[in-house]
Design a protein around this ligand. Structure first.
Ligand SMILES: C[S@@+](CC[C@H](N)C(=O)[O-])C[C@H]1O[C@@H](n2cnc3c(N)ncnc32)[C@H](O)[C@@H]1O
Length: 368
């Protein structure tokens, strides 16, 4: 990932890659951070870049022209236009989904304001995203840019040594992570929970899940209401099973995959709740007996959101029927996605769809 930070304080930005993981990432060429000094693009012979606000009022405003010239210089150098993010308290508050979405870009421009802000006209002309790092006001956008660089870079391949360390952590499943312990076993009379010393991985996993739930419920009830137990129900050929497995891995640490090719599972069906989310992963071209025509009798939800993901172009026009059948059974449709059969692109597609699904989850209307 290449970041171009338009700022009046380039020295501050150098610190973004001054230590630890990001320094190593920078040295290994995994990320580049270039601070572009807006002042050096001033149209004024005294290198002024700010002026009084029209209409009066306190403070100064960054002029449009210097910002515009700085951006044009970057775009000319890079050879194309990029997403331009303006750091502002008036933006959408940054969250993990946004971070992962930005991480899919090759390069980003981060525009830092100062004083009272930037002339609105240049913002209208060049900005693609308005991002806030929280509901408070900073003196400038630089710290916000650094926060974004830090969070986004964790998703650049190779930046974190341990692939898993960014896979399972707070916010996956809309849960906070469980507590961590290291040596010694006893510290200030406090014992490490004995289950963690048991060597029983199943028990440890269960304990961690439980702690995540408790912690989220106590500390972040808002997040807890949006945490869903995810089930991927699939049928069809092996490849569809692979998609279901990959998808659940991306989406959830605690998700479950149910293979409905297996008669036993079909017979058992399943009863799902309001806090469950069911993703049906089905072939785009139904086999002679589409499972949707003969869904297990005992498959039912209780206002359970569902997503239909078809693998391969959806050839049949049965969406409405399917929806009705599922809705009669207590499921409510959240989204329908299609994944094409090009195996080479499958991983990228799954990544994209998992982000889309997480965004959809945020749109679920909750009964407060
Ligand atoms: C003092 S602030 C200007 C605030 C502006 N007058 C307003 O009320 O929206 C100066 C600059 O700091 C940055 N900034 C301040 N708070 C921020 C936040 N919560 N997130 C991101 N950037 C912020 C923006 O770039 C902004 O242009």
């Amino acid at each position: 990932m290449n970041y171009y930070v338009l700022t009046l304080f380039p020295d501050m930005i150098q610190q973004a890659t001054g230590a630890s993981i990001l320094r190593r990432a920078d040295q290994n060429g995994l990320i580049t951070v270039e601070a572009v000094d807006i002042r050096s693009f001033s149209a004024n012979k005294h290198m002024r870049v700010d002026d009084y606000p029209y209409g009066g009022g306190a403070g100064m405003v960054l002029e449009a022209e210097s910002v515009y010239r700085a951006l044009c210089a970057v775009e000319e150098k890079v050879g194309r236009t990029m997403r331009v993010i303006y750091l502002t308290p008036q933006g959408k508050v940054l969250n993990q989904i946004m971070v992962e979405e930005f991480a899919r870009e090759e390069s980003l421009v981060l525009l830092c304001g100062h004083y009272e802000g930037i002339d609105e006209r240049v913002l209208e002309e060049v900005v693609t995203d308005y991002v806030s790092i929280g509901d408070y006001v900073l003196t400038g956008g630089e710290l916000g840019a650094m926060v974004m660089i830090d969070a986004i870079s964790r998703f650049s391949p190779g930046v974190l040594n341990n692939e898993a360390s960014f896979q399972f952590e707070s916010f996956q499943d809309n849960l906070l992570e469980y507590p961590h312990y290291t040596r010694p076993k006893i510290w200030h009379d406090r014992q490490v929970p004995s289950v963690l010393l048991s060597g029983n991985h199943k028990k440890i996993e269960k304990w961690r899940h439980q702690k995540s739930l408790e912690r989220t419920k106590n500390r972040r009830p808002d997040l807890f209401r949006r945490s869903y137990q995810i089930f991927c129900i699939w049928y069809g050929d092996e490849r569809i099973g692979v998609v279901a497995e990959l998808l659940i891995k991306k989406l959830s640490r605690y998700g479950k995959v149910l293979n409905f090719n297996r008669r036993k599972l079909r017979r058992e069906g399943g009863m799902f709740d309001q806090q469950d989310l069911v993703i049906f992963v089905f072939p785009g071209q139904p086999t002679e007996h589409s499972l949707l025509d003969e869904l297990p009798q005992r498959l039912a939800g209780r206002n359970t959101p569902f997503i239909l993901l078809t693998v391969g172009k959806r050839k049949y026009q049965k969406d409405e029927e399917e929806k009705l059948k599922l809705e009669k059974r207590g499921f409510s449709k959240l989204a329908v996605f299609e994944i094409l059969s090009d195996l080479s692109k499958e991983k990228v597609e799954i990544e994209r769809i998992s982000l889309e699904i997480r965004k959809k989850i945020l749109t679920i209307q909750l009964d407060m």
